[in-house]
Design a protein around this ligand. Structure first.
Ligand code: GTP
Ligand code: NA
Ligand code: MG
Length: 294
């Protein structure tokens, strides 16, 4: 890409952490909405992604149920996270899924920012959490290390602005850029069938601008962008890099981590789809060679 074509884009933040440590509550607080209260049993049923503004600077958040999505996306090559926010409940400390999240984030070489949550609780022990973090090689700044760590309460909002400030700063340091011109490439972060709408997928645009009416290829299927719906539920005509948006117009349900790539025309998209389907059939027809060595 020629340097002058690149424009600053919002950082993509993935929130990870153990079950019930407050990932969704934190996102709600950031968005100032109330999704957790509406969820059945307070359990995240899907991956949501939202763009918020902090002092005029956009930041995109992905809420994952655990780290499963993060890993399966990376396994398919959609490595879209810039920064991982690791949420640790101050009364609970590091738990199995926290450790797994750390492992995944380290393997992916992501910057980890720790949000020690639930600091409003009497039983909160942030110092203990920091000791545990150090044991995992994540020595916090106040312990002489380089892991940024904030004590917050997603419930009361304490420290949440500081977290946003820190994320915006880190993003500036990373100088994240993408070319907003040309055909878009977007990563699928969620996909489901919806009554009356067919296969619907949430995507985050990586490069280019995704537009209503454009044909695309996604995995082995061609499609056409029939509608785009932003994170506020509004119908929009296009989506730029770093923006999460719902896409309607898939022939089949795409897989999380697949990439949607805009094409110039229907014919090109259909031709590529036919080729990819042919390759998949050939793959399936291959009889596995059984080893006779053992
Ligand atoms: P999963 O998506 O199920 O993994 O959980 P989660 O990490 O998204 O946690 P969630 O936001 O659903 O919060 C779990 C529980 O902790 C809820 O009852 C929240 O109200 C509570 N909670 C979250 N943040 C805080 C906090 O800062 N303080 C206190 N006291 N409770 C909190
Ligand atoms: Na929960
Ligand atoms: Mg949740």
């Amino acid at each position: 890409e020629p340097e002058e074509a690149l424009k600053l884009r919002p950082p993509i933040i993935t929130i990870m952490g153990h079950v019930d440590h407050g990932k969704t509550t934190l996102l709600d607080r950031i968005r100032d909405s109330r999704i957790t209260a509406g969820e059945a049993g307070g359990i995240t049923q899907h991956v949501g992604a939202y763009k918020v503004e902090h002092e005029g600077k956009p930041v995109t958040f992905i809420d994952t149920p655990g780290h499963a999505i993060f890993s399966s996306m990376r396994a398919r090559g959609a490595d879209i996270t810039d920064i991982v926010v690791l949420v640790v409940a101050a009364n609970d400390g590091l738990m199995p899924q926290t450790l797994e999240a750390i492992e995944h984030a380290k393997k992916a070489e992501k910057t980890i920012i720790v949000a020690i949550n639930k600091c409003d609780l009497e039983s909160a022990n942030p110092m203990h959490v920091k000791t545990q973090l150090a044991e995992q090689g994540l020595q916090t700044v106040d312990f002489g290390g380089d892991t940024e760590c904030l004590e917050i309460s997603a419930l009361t909002g304490q420290g949440v602005d500081d977290l946003l400030e820190l994320l915006a700063l880190q993003a500036e340091v990373l100088e994240l850029k993408a070319n907003p011109k040309g055909n878009a490439r977007a990563a699928i972060i969620e996909a489901k069938f919806q009554q009356g709408r067919g296969a619907v997928a949430s995507v985050i645009v990586e490069t280019g601008t995704l537009k209503v009416g454009k044909p695309f290829i996604c995995g082995p299927f061609a499609g056409k962008v029939k509608a785009l719906i932003n994170d506020l539920g509004e119908s929009v005509k296009e989506a730029t890099p770093g923006t999460p948006v719902e896409v309607i117009g898939f022939e089949e349900l795409p897989r999380v981590g697949d990439e949607l790539v805009e094409m110039d025309n229907d014919r090109g998209a259909k031709k590529l789809a036919t080729e990819r389907q042919g390759e998949m059939r050939a793959e399936r027809l291959k009889v596995p060679q059984k080893s006779r060595m053992e």
